[in-house]
Design a protein around this ligand. Sequence first.
Ligand code: TEU
Length: 548
Amino acid sequence: MTPDWKQSVVYQIYPKSFCSAHGQATGDLAGVTARLDYLHWLGVDWLWLTPIYVSPQRDNGYDVADYRAIDPRYGDMADFERLVTEAGRRGMGVMLDIVVNHTSTEHAWFQAARQSRDNPWRDFYLWRDAPNTWQSKFGGSAWEYDPLAGQYYLHLFDTSQADLNWDHPPLRQAVFDMMRFWLDKGVRGFRLDVINLISKPADFPDDDSDGRRFYTDGPHVHDHLQQMHREVFAGRDVLTVGEMSSTSLAHCIRYSHPDQHELSMTFNFHHLKVDYPDGHKWVAARYDFIALKRILSTWQEGMHAGGGWNAIFWCNHDQPRVLSRFGDAGAYRVQSAKLLATALHGLQGTPYVYQGEEIGMTNPDFAEITQYRDVETLNAHRLLLAGGVPEAEVMAAIRQKSRDNARTPMQWDASEHAGFSGEAPWIELAPNWREVNVAAQRDDPDSVLHHYRRLIALRKQHPVLVDGDYLCLTPDHSALWVYLRRTPNATLVVACNFSGETVGDTLPSLGTLAAAGNARVLIANHPDTPALGAELHLRPWEAVMWLA
Ligand code: TEU
């Protein structure tokens, strides 16, 4: 029996930039509650909130200082409980972001641990007398010396984010207790932050010569997730998704196969590194379209064959806006936004819509480093300049790749602060907010917003979208991505032209499908869509879904 969450769509909310009900510069929980009717109208089933816990905000909440308390900037526990209740009344479940690879160094656990080597909390973290070669994902060594503790502590991310020791059973119990605390408040899902990094090899081996990081999908990660499943999820209706940094297809099948009793599904990021020349993020570059199709196809085929389940997404709070990255944010903004949505929502898996993606929001193209707020971006700026990279090249890379591209305030309407807040937001708006906003599209059936709404509804209407296999018909084409989704009773054809030119191709299998005579257009981004046939001609950024 297919679980009904396999027909669901998740909407990701970055509360700091979503809506400020009380008018202040950052978003709040009351602002999310105020927009629930819009989200219900859109048709999404789950709301993933990025961290709202007490935090010094060095990494916008991914540096947690108290897992059981709402950060006052977002409101209080009553606001949260009201949000859960009101979302539930509208048939939407709340999914919390659980950040348990690390805590903030301001967490009480860390402050106790650093007092002495025999402190009961010492083993909640990972300490060494000397660093190894591990590098932080935010630049520099992954080890920071703490004078009070008299040792180095591990931080795979910012120095203010100390890695937890998952080999220590009391730590695991503290995490499981915390997760049950939130489930008891009505939370119905968890997004688990970099959860495949939690198991570090006891001997902390140096990264090997080709950069293999031994803590990625580490030695006990599956044991820990199976224990988490037994002690937290089992017997409850909980949707779980793991954020898997640099993982493998084989591990993702294990993480998400129902017989493994670990997680419901996994995010992987390989398709979002096709504009990283030689794997380097901080270089401005065009993306490799063939590689994009190859990677997505490999994961579609592999997870379908292996019985795993993909979280399918183009962007989130860490990634540039997909329209600026893989589409055309200029002349074909609307067309290409609809195309990207169609290409993704035709795939197998659970689609994630990141706030603003549904209205075609774009990168803000901030030219000055003073406009950026993200710790990863600011570290990169400092380290690249220190390494001698010309500022113009550094800023070109930051404009294209910074996580702040996705963190500009949600554009609700054309008023002064885009309906987001009553004062200047914590980060500037993207310059096109007067044209690109919810109010301008809410009643326009030809808008990007209505296209997303129709795609979200399709997943509940057509089993082939949930259960169908995947076959790419144009793996090597420089502009076309045409793929099939098939069940014994139906075939879905998804055809997308990822270019600004009219493109054609001869695909005999489409002719065979057309000859059966019952093919019809499910959704398209042109009103006058051609009939299905072997001779495919698509206009610039044209996308079509046929059902045969
Ligand atoms: O992200 C993990 C991670 O590696 C991201 O930093 C992202 O992949 C990278 O920036 C792309 O270059 C999670 C959270 O989503 C992110 O916001 C946090 O900063 C990070 O973990 C640490 O908690």
